[in-house]
Design a protein. Sequence first.
Length: 84
Amino acid sequence: MAEAVLDIKQWGNNLGVRLPAAIAREAHLRVDQRVRISVESGQVVITPMNDAPLTLAQRLALFDPIRHGGEAMATGQALGAERW
């Protein structure tokens, strides 16, 4: 089991900790991987997120026209000041 004692540093308005390579390797973490950070019973827990790319059906299921402002479809008519 890899273990390290680290110092928390200021990073802009946030706090940061650099993970040693041995810790990252043992936890199967890599650069640019998304993780969820939570606090459970006073312990900071870092959990890797699922890296599987979303299918088209999954992406479409997440689409919310109200939140995303709807979708402008080509109508053959100018929508603004553009000229065709």
